[in-house]
Design a protein around this ligand. Structure first.
Ligand code: CA
Length: 219
């Protein structure tokens, strides 16, 4: 899952970025609205984390403009403002949730998981498919009742495939969702992760659709 963070405070930004990376998210960080606009136009993200008090265009008017232009991503507002009117305005401008600074990274991660779950049309915290169950919060995968140990990127790749079991995802789409800016991507990285997942989950759990990409075996 790849997130875009818009935050001008260097200490808060760094704390969020490192904390969410530890939680297993790919995260890109920009300092102001113009850079966020460029990032959204160039890359695919799963969720936007938006500070309201930004230099230049403020977060609220940025969000209003982006929603008017059709931005469909879930948006979580991060704000030091504790006035009720700011939160109401933020939600009415198209935010899906908000968190007031200072907050715990654990709570932020849990709210992100809840928004991503809702976006994927699920209400249950765990994803079940065939004989495999994936728990995004606990970072656990169980196959036939036994826990399977996955590398962090294997886990994220499996989650991407399981979120939409009918969808074929190309190598490029998977790379974009698994790696943030500045992260080194080996040319065969996705194949290596798929190979690892097949060894742990069964050779036919993930199917290769020749020339197109990958999908999980239908139930
Ligand atoms: Ca700020």
């Amino acid at each position: 899952m790849r997130l875009l963070l818009v935050e001008d405070d260097p200490m808060i930004g760094e704390a969020i970025r490192s904390g969410l990376r530890r939680e297993g998210f790919a995260i890109d960080w920009v300092r102001e609205a113009r850079a966020a606009e460029r990032a959204l136009a160039a890359e695919t993200f799963d969720l936007l984390l938006l500070d309201l008090g930004l230099p230049g265009q403020d977060g609220l008017s940025f969000l209003t403009a982006q929603r008017a232009r059709g931005l469909a991503l879930p948006v979580l507002i991060l704000t030091a403002r504790d006035a009720i009117s700011d939160r109401v305005q933020g939600l009415d401008a198209g935010a899906d949730d908000y968190l007031i600074k200072p907050f715990d990274i654990e709570e932020l991660a849990a709210r992100i998981r809840a928004l991503l779950r809702r976006r994927a049309g699920r209400s249950a915290p765990r994803i079940e498919h065939l004989n495999v169950s994936l728990d995004p919060a606990a970072h656990r995968v169980v196959r036939d009742g036994a826990e399977v140990s996955l590398a962090p990127r294997e886990f994220r790749l499996l989650q991407l495939l399981l979120e939409r079991p009918g969808t074929i995802l190309s190598r490029a789409q998977l790379e974009e969702r698994l790696y943030g800016w500045g992260e080194e991507v080996e040319s065969n990285a996705i194949e290596v992760h798929i190979h690892g997942l097949r060894k742990k989950l069964g050779a036919d759990f993930i199917l290769t659709v020749r020339g197109v990409g990958y999908r999980v075996r239908p139930s």
